[in-house]
Design a protein. Structure first.
Length: 183
């Protein structure tokens, strides 16, 4: 018999995170107004167009942010938008990392000395990971957090699903599957 309680708990946590993120973005949009000249070729008259766009400020005061990408869903980033990943083979219950040597070179550890979090994320859910190599690393719900060196720009999610082991943090449903491939 399969015990679905851990999966149900993960979905419960994700529901709270997503609800908090949706509420935050709904109540805290940053309004940017831009005025750009538009030239009409037939009359050569210059017109001014004004557009208003709701967006999240690029200079976010948060150390960890929630982002959304079609095909990926909600996921965490650092303050500047670099994606945070978790490794399925890490020991979540002990909050320890199995990524060492060449692995930690390709998947550097995420660490911040202090956290400022948006609504929906709780400081108590982030803990320092005990690592034998002395590298400081934070874990979220026991999952050590990493970057991926093949992400070339903020918002990249190149490591999503890599080797069926690496997932953007908040894609916890994939982590709870029974596959145990390692990279």
């Amino acid at each position: 018999m399969v015990d679905f309680r851990p999966v149900a708990a993960v979905f419960g946590v994700l529901t709270v995170i997503f609800a908090g993120a949706a509420g935050y973005f709904a109540t805290n949009p940053t309004i940017m107004t831009s005025t750009q000249p538009a030239i009409t070729v037939t009359s050569m008259v210059t017109q001014t167009t004004t557009s208003t766009v709701a967006s999240v400020s690029a200079t976010s005061p948060f150390t960890v942010k929630l982002e959304y990408k079609h095909g990926v869903g909600f996921y965490m980033t650092n303050a500047t938008g670099w994606t945070l990943y978790l490794r399925k083979s890490d020991n979540q219950s002990a909050g320890t990392s199995t990524c060492t040597g060449g692995c930690i070179a390709a998947w550097p550890a995420f660490y911040a000395s202090s956290l400022t979090l948006p609504p929906g994320l709780d400081q108590n859910d982030f803990k320092l990971v005990p690592r034998a190599d002395g590298i400081k690393q934070l874990a979220y719900y026991g999952w050590p957090l990493y970057y991926y060196v093949k992400d070339n720009a903020p918002g990249d999610t190149v490591g999503q699903g890599a080797g069926s082991v690496w997932f953007v943090c908040c894609s916890l449903a994939a982590v709870t599957s029974t596959t145990t491939t390692t990279t």
